[in-house]
Write a protein that binds this ligand. Structure first.
Ligand code: ADP
Ligand code: MG
Ligand code: ZN
Length: 630
């Protein structure tokens, strides 16, 4: 997409500022630089030189009160004779014989100074050059940003020229519902008459809501690409960055231009920056500016005639913080959810981005998509790029399956920390910990299968991790599945305890997750027998992590805390039970992981299913005995 943007004003200002400073300096230094090296002499010397016939040319500068004259000097170099001219200057003395002297000495003399431009010109010329340069820069900048440059007044709105966007609905994958809703808008922009004939009101605005990185901005650009109409885009933060009073002016300006260019699309990205709920009284001046901008936006949205073909798109990832006035019918009355992609969507997004890079034939994108559960479109795009970078690092010219697999792990868990050395004792603890997770998961029925276990530390701080990948997409979780998940989370700590008889801080993240799950089960999902279907938690910013706050009586909160403790303990006991019944497997698998650092899900399952075999071979140096020695 080529975007035609007003040239960056700040840069022009800088340019002019620097140019002026240079001009100032040049004016001070220039005369001495331009003028040939001159030597001043007394009038006597001048007369002597004239009499000796040394002077070839002279210029009588009456205005400067001086005579500038040239004298031929011959310097004998080792190789050749050099003809040189030395320029002298002397004060102009009121000498009535001057002309005679010069004539006698056969000097070419004149009273004009042809090679020196007038002082005004000397001062103006650089200025002209600088202004010219500035204009040229502006032009070339505009050219870089797209031909047919149009620059706009106060708003920094960019125009995306539709024919040059290159972004189409086919570039956005896994958001079929959103695309469907937006297709209608595109269709309206193509045939406004058809809608007018039947008397339908096309929504004035559509609000794209969803977590970051799900393709909201991309979708808006795709709409422009499909609709073939001018596309004004401005980011909410651009409204507020300017001086007081500019925000409202920008909004006015933006809509004025949009009206002139209709049919067109106005896209306000990150609208929450200006569209936040207005405060009751707003005593402090701080929010005034934003409120003015928002008011102006509301006014403009009401003011323009929708049938003209101006459609307003906006995107946000905190819809709940928007001022209700914005969401009223007649403004952003269409809400387009842009959610995290599902399994099929993830695969499609991976394929779209894989088209832009060279891949080995027959890559299993479905497997990658399954590994990358919960990843956003932006993360998936990043994974493909990570894989490409990895292939280059390895000196290959195509992306392989393992590049993609590794890049999923990079995005999930960070890079491998090759130089982080774990002591043998720590390595063993981590091995037991991870096998504990994996075993508990494998020994329960409703758990996602283990696909990989590794004890290679990651930059995220994880010393190891167990990856579980569901065969298919999970949208619902039963109570049993939630409980099993809690049990699996406790498995790491349980294994440390059972095998090594000590506990470490390695389980802190597990503990956090288990607690959160248990709390959600009771106070959000209504799965406790005591409270039933009552929600005590309020989730804020569902699209941005979803931090929750409790909304209940203190007594209830205490009760919930107690229930959380009981729930986690029950699952912990279950995990302990499962692992102590399978101590042989725990030892054998941990030893195997300790030796190999990474094992795949298949290996894990195979080892799990061949009882005793592994154990007998490792009995001699049972790893569980090591830490006690260390
Ligand atoms: P948002 O505006 O929702 O935060 P963006 O539209 O800026 O997300 O997405 C960032 C990048 O991630 C896009 O440029 C694109 O490369 C990739 N991406 C995100 N979602 C998708 C998708 N649904 N299909 C294809 N690529 C996507
Ligand atoms: Mg965006
Ligand atoms: Zn753990």
């Amino acid at each position: 997409m080529k975007e035609v943007k007003q040239p960056d004003r700040k840069r022009i200002f800088y340019f002019y500022g620097i140019a002026l400073a240079m001009l100032f300096l040049a004016n001070m230094l220039l005369p001495s630089l331009i003028a040939p090296r001159t030597q001043s002499v007394t009038y006597n010397e001048f007369v002597t030189m004239a009499e000796q016939g040394k002077i070839t040319e002279a210029e009588i500068q009456s205005s400067e009160n001086r005579i500038v004259f040239k004298v031929d000097t011959q310097t004998e170099d080792t190789q050749n004779v050099m003809q040189k001219q030395q320029v002298y200057v002397t004060a102009l003395v009121d000498d009535p014989d001057l002309v005679e002297r010069l004539l006698d000495a056969n000097v070419n003399f004149t009273q004009i100074w042809p090679s020196t431009p007038s002082p005004i010109l000397t001062a103006l010329l650089p200025l002209v050059v600088i202004i010219g340069l500035g204009v040229w820069m502006t032009h070339s900048m505009q050219k870089k940003m797209g031909s047919g440059a149009m620059s706009f007044g106060k708003s920094n709105a960019k125009i995306y020229v539709a024919s040059e966007t290159g972004i189409h609905f086919s570039d956005v994958q896994g958001e079929d519902e959103a695309k469907e809703l937006l297709t209608e808008i595109v269709d309206f922009l193509h045939n406004p008459q058809r809608y007018a004939d039947i008397g339908a009101h096309i929504p004035k605005g559509a609000l794209l809501v969803g977590p970051p990185g799900t393709g909201k901005t991309l979708l808006a650009k795709a709409v422009a690409g499909e609709a073939n109409v001018p596309f004004f885009s401005i980011s909410g933060s651009e409204f507020v960055e300017m001086f007081v009073g500019m925000g409202a002016a920008k909004v006015r300006d933006l809509f004025k231009q949009a009206n002139e260019k209709a049919p067109c699309i106005v896209f306000i990205d990150e609208i929450d920056t200006i569209g936040k709920k207005r405060e009751g009284s707003g005593g402090m001046g701080g929010n005034d500016e934003r409120e003015q901008t928002l008011n102006q936006l509301l006014t403009e949205m009401d003011g323009f005639d929708g049938s003209k073909g101006v459609v307003i798109l906006a995107a946000t990832n905190r819809p709940e913080s928007l001022d209700p006035a914005l969401l009223r019918p007649g403004r952003f009355d269409r809400r387009v959810p842009v959610e995290l992609p599902d399994l099929i969507g993830r695969e499609a997004i991976l394929r779209v981005h894989a088209k832009k890079v060279k891949c080995e034939p027959g890559l299993d994108f479905n497997a990658i998509a399954r590994m990358a559960a919960g990843a956003s479109g932006a993360e998936l795009a990043n994974m493909v790029n990570e894989a490409a970078l990895r292939a280059v690092r390895a000196g290959r010219d195509k992306i392989s399956q393992s590049d993609l697999e590794e890049s999923v792990e990079v995005v999930i868990a960070g890079y491998q920390k090759k130089n982080k050395i774990l002591s043998n004792k720590e390595k063993l603890i981590v091995a037991y910990h991870e096998i504990g997770h994996a075993l508990v998961a494998a020994l329960q029925s409703h758990s996602a299968p283990v696909t990989k276990i590794t004890i290679i530390p990651r930059t995220s701080g994880a010393l190891g991790y167990t990856m579980q990948v569901d065969q298919e997409e999970h949208n619902l979780m039963s109570r049993e599945e939630l409980e099993n998940k809690i049990a699996t989370l406790t498995g790491g700590r349980v294994a440390e305890e059972l095998a090594l008889h000590s506990v470490t801080t390695g389980a802190s993240n597990d503990i956090e997750q288990a607690t959160r799950l248990a709390r959600a089960l009771i106070s959000r999902y209504g799965m406790s027998d005591t409270f039933g279907m009552v929600a005590f938690e309020q989730v804020h910013n569902a699209y941005l992590g979803g931090d929750a706050s409790m909304a209940c009586a203190d007594q209830t909160a205490a009760e919930i805390d107690r229930m959380v403790v009981t729930l986690v303990r029950r699952q912990y006991d279950k995990a302990k039970q499962l692992l102590s019944e399978n101590m042989d497997k725990l030892h054998a698998l941990s030893k195997h992981l300790y030796d190999h650092e990474t094992i795949t899900g298949d290996e894990f399952m195979k080892l799990l299913e061949q009882p005793k075999l592994e154990l007998s071979t490792t009995e001699a140096d049972d790893p569980s005995s090591q830490p006690e020695q260390a």
